[in-house]
Design a protein. Sequence first.
Length: 271
Amino acid sequence: AAFKTLNLKKGIYASDAMEKWGLWEGFMMELNKMGPNTANKGFHTNELWTKGFRESIVANSAYFSVILCSFVGVGTVLTLTCSWQLTLVVIINSACSLATVLFFFWRAGWPIGPTESVAITAILGISAEMSLHIIEGYTEFIQVTQSHLFAHTPTRKSIMKGILLRSALPMLTSSVTLVASSLVLLASPVELVRRIGGIVCVNAATSVVYGLLLAPTLCVILAPKAVQRTAKKVIIFGSVVIGAFVVLIFILWLCRANVRYPSGTPVFGAH
């Protein structure tokens, strides 16, 4: 039996570790071909391989979750609002919330682990929910103001003031309650529990700040002045969203886009 040891830096990235694992895997396959069939097959092992596979699974899970949640979220909002302007408000608001949370992870020195992967998915859902409170209120107000009973058509700014008077307090109190209940987790002696508490606090605080400040501002600038949402229009928008999703999947499949399942298996074929 022959043994070969190799010292590798433990601080390298998962992608570099997987590249080195692939080189060693190829080397061992070639080496085993030179031996007789009755001989025991050689193998290689390293603590770095385990760490690299684990980090790759976590990273692939985060990427896959963000892509899937983004597609589903944008399609759902576009179908329900029947307005690309209001959908754009949700996209910008969610992107800013996600960027803020990722910046917090970077400043805190937290790597993207399993807990952070779940947090990334949660922040997309929470920020979209906060935006929908504002957007649904705007849609209701704008449809009422389109009635002939109104002598003067209100401006988008006056409509947003009415929405905030109605929705801001419930949104704020729900977020404060969530943050207050999560502060208890920060006193836990377990690091994982403390990290979960911190993530929940950051998610809730970021979502309500952008939901009450950025989303209304974007609505005043981008929202349509007239909204007509009927059952027929919802069906049409839903059909368009499904068709666009199918076309996008087909294009990604033709291009063999490097999107992977959490296990690391390519979604659109081998690379």
